[in-house]
Write a protein that binds this ligand. Structure first.
Ligand code: PLP
Length: 420
């Protein structure tokens, strides 16, 4: 097949698709001994699941299903949901937004594809623009989204070793603002900043001060700041540290229903100024006519009746916070005598381990673990745009801890056995 530039770029194999295929095969093999710590699936939180099933039953009882399945929404998505969400955001944060500041898409992933390619790539004047990730490592799902090559530039983090009270070996990535400013000053091709908060893969929640500084830089250079809030407040609210959510008309805030436990309903949300929202609507119209109606319809009543945020605070947050503590305790025990460091667990549901003196790369570790039916994600995939020669890039792995303790323990022990 003679593919176009687009066809070639998006049909060639890439690292993360290969990994996802591995994970998919492992899951469908139905091998009960598989230790699955890769992938980004949320856990099924029993009470939350029951609430969603009840909502579905309500929609059936109230004869809403025919309408949901039988009608297209507008290209920016379901109006009732957008209004409900705008009111919710105003109640929580007093941002003064309306439904005109909200667009939906078929998952955040699809929204990022639209946003990145709308803001960067080949411009009308012949120049090429790029997106800057101020803090590597960053969400691997961005890596292959650009229509042009080399769409992303990333900055290596500062690494802070944390002195914990109990001797737990932990570290935290911080934004190297000097390096960020240097790139922004020297490189006029940067057309947006983008950061995930909480960060997938590390569980980092960049501080309010860091967000504030990024916001000021974005304003100074007249470029938008994209904040990927897939795991953050107000839903699903998987944040275990003090952090406040900020929005203004220069911030493009991306949210999702996925990490509430609804990834199959493919609902991503963009909160932005109306110019951006209208633009997303036009791309949606051309690409998919209208985004999925099911996710928004399932959640609207919960938002209007102020039931969604209590569900997050009282069920989802404690569930993941407890899992995070279990993961930290296991890490402390299993790696106590090895030079292995844990990124401070501040949000989302991953732990990020740094094998500081490892003799094998994270890719080699991944391959060895795979042979034992243990699945993790090797960290180098997340260092988008960072040179291969930086050894730290090959010393980290991501582990999804939204699983049971026995499985996590087995996986961490298998890693330890390969490291000693
Ligand atoms: N952003 C981050 C940081 C993620 O981890 C994910 C999924 O894992 C997404 C965006 C995409 O989410 P979805 O397309 O399911 O809304």
């Amino acid at each position: 097949m003679n593919y176009s530039h687009f066809g070639r770029k998006f049909t060639q194999p890439n690292g993360i698709t290969q990994l996802m295929e591995d994970l998919g095969k492992a899951k469908s093999s139905n091998n009960p001994d598989i230790v699955m710590l890769g992938g980004g699936n949320p856990a099924s939180v029993p009470h939350v699941n029951t609430v969603f099933i009840n909502e579905l039953n309500c929609l059936v009882k109230n004869n809403k299903i025919t309408q949901i399945m039988g009608l297209y929404d507008g290209p920016t998505g379901n109006d009732e949901f957008r209004t409900a969400l705008a009111n919710q955001l105003n109640r929580e944060f007093a941002w003064g937004v309306t439904e005109q500041n909200i667009a939906l898409g078929n998952g955040s992933q699809a929204n990022f594809f639209v946003l990145f390619n709308m803001l960067a790539g080949k411009m009308n004047d012949g120049s090429t623009k790029r997106i800057l990730f101020p803090l590597a490592p960053e969400y691997v799902g961005y890596a292959d989204q650009g229509l042009t090559n080399d769409m992303f530039v990333a900055i290596k983090p500062d690494i802070e070793i944390i002195n914990t009270d109990n001797g737990s070996k932990q570290f935290k990535y911080l934004i190297d603002f000097k390096a960020v400013e240097k790139v922004l000053t020297a490189d006029s091709s940067i057309s947006a900043l983008c950061v995930s908060r909480p960060t997938n893969p590390t569980g980092n929640v960049i501080t309010d001060e860091e967000v504030n500084q990024l916001n000021l830089l974005a304003e100074q250079y007249n470029i938008p700041l994209i904040i990927d809030n897939a795991y953050g407040d107000p839903f699903p609210g998987c944040i275990y540290t003090d952090a406040n959510l900020t929005w203004n008309s220069n911030i493009i805030l991306c949210m999702s229903l996925s990490k509430l436990g609804l990834p199959g309903l493919r609902t991503g949300i963009v909160v932005a100024n109306n110019t951006v929202i209208k633009a997303i609507g036009r791309v949606n119209g051309a690409m998919v006519l209208a985004p999925n109606s099911f996710g928004p319809s399932l959640i609207t009543r919960l938002i209007n009746n102020d039931e969604l945020l209590p569900l997050c605070k009282n069920s989802i947050l404690p569930f993941y916070k407890n899992k995070a503590q279990v993961a930290i305790n296991l890490f402390d025990k299993i790696f106590a005598d090895l030079p292995v460091y844990l990124h401070k667990v501040e949000g989302a549901f991953f732990i990020w381990l740094w094998f500081k003196e490892s003799k094998i790369t994270s890719e080699q570790l991944y391959q060895k673990l795979k042979k034992q039916d243990v699945y993790i994600i090797p960290g180098h995939n997340f260092f988008i745009g960072i040179e291969d020669s930086w050894e730290h890039k090959h010393q980290c792995v991501r582990i999804n801890y939204a699983t049971d303790e026995a499985t996590l323990k087995k996986g961490l022990e298998a890693i330890r056995a390969l490291m000693t």
